[in-house]
Design a protein around this ligand. Structure first.
Ligand SMILES: [Fe+2]
Ligand SMILES: [Fe+2]
Length: 307
């Protein structure tokens, strides 16, 4: 019989230890410093273009960083639904599990507010108004039509990808000078996401204890969700390119436009899909749930430029 209560209790304790207040981390009236890159070039790929000036590369970096913040707000819409649904299942059940899952829900809502504040501050200070996807509720509803196990695996990917971004491109990056405020936001997001990744795993274990044969179908759903995510990333990329042309105030040749679109598509897919699939903790947690599931991810990886 699975007894996970001590682990849920430990998630609550860690969550209480690292918890932060939105108004302290990012006050409403924050003014952003547009003289620096927000995200590392490893996540924006904005330095790769010989036909862009230094200022234009910086603008592309900032547009991509703003979209990055927006995409978290956008994608956390389903994470809130998932965590709330899992918490609801423990009503009159295990109060420790329920508390941990309610904290998870509350933290995701707080993260959405954090990223919304950032994108508002960005819009106030950037030279043009950035175009951002506005279909987050429809996308969250579509994601939630999958089984909870399929969405938990997808969420494990997303949350461990977030961790990987922070560890590889901020904490482990001594080579680039990045905006300290944006680094601080990602660090605080990561601090709370660390508990979420543990809860995703515990909830997946809980489902598998009841339905040991459900992993295969859940992995098929995970693969479908990655395809859908690719569609969302491409849609945001089209908007980024429009915003970028407006910001630089010039049109690109056909060859330049093609290079921009293709290279930025690879950057998006690698950042949001490849880095999640390759995250060592994602693979080891999947292996702990089912070695066949890890194998499926390894087989799928080349589709997303990660050989
Ligand atoms: Fe989050
Ligand atoms: Fe999360």
């Amino acid at each position: 019989m699975l007894n996970q209560t001590a682990e849920y209790q430990s998630c609550i304790a860690s969550s209480e230890k690292v918890s932060w207040r939105l108004d302290e981390l990012l006050p409403q009236d924050t003014v952003l410093d547009f003289s620096r890159r927000f995200l590392s070039d490893a996540l924006t790929g904005s330095e790769a273009f010989r036909f862009l000036s230094t200022d234009e590369k910086l603008m592309l970096n900032q547009i991509r960083s703003n979209s990055y913040a927006h995409l978290f707000l956008f994608l956390e819409e389903y994470a809130v639904a998932l965590a709330a649904q899992r918490a609801g299942l423990e009503l009159h059940g295990n109060p420790t599990h329920m508390r941990a899952l309610l904290r998870f829900t509350e933290e995701e809502l707080k993260h959405q507010q954090l990223f919304a504040r950032f994108t508002s501050a960005f819009a106030r200070g950037f030279k043009v108004s950035p175009a951002l996807l506005d279909t987050r509720v429809a996308v969250a509803r579509a994601i939630m039509t999958k089984s909870n196990l399929g969405v938990l695996i997808f969420n494990l990917h997303m949350e461990l990808m977030t961790q990987q971004h922070y560890l590889e491109t901020i904490r482990g990056n001594q080579d680039e000078v990045l905006d300290p405020l944006f680094c601080k936001l990602l660090k605080h997001h990561w601090l709370e996401e660390s508990q979420h990744t543990r809860l995703d795993f515990l909830e997946a274990q809980k489902i598998l204890a009841q339905a040991p044969d459900s992993m295969d179908a859940a992995m098929t759903e995970y693969a479908e969700l990655l395809q859908a995510l690719r569609g969302v990333l491409n849609a945001q990329l089209q908007l980024d390119l429009e915003t970028f042309e407006k910001a630089v105030g010039r049109t690109f040749t056909d060859a330049e436009s093609k290079e921009l679109a293709e290279s930025q598509e690879r950057s998006y897919v690698w950042g949001f899909i490849g880095m999640g699939m390759k995250a060592p903790l994602f693979l080891s947690r999947l292996r702990a749930l089912s070695p066949a599931a890890e194998q499926r991810v390894l087989e799928l990886a080349p589709t997303y430029y990660c050989n």
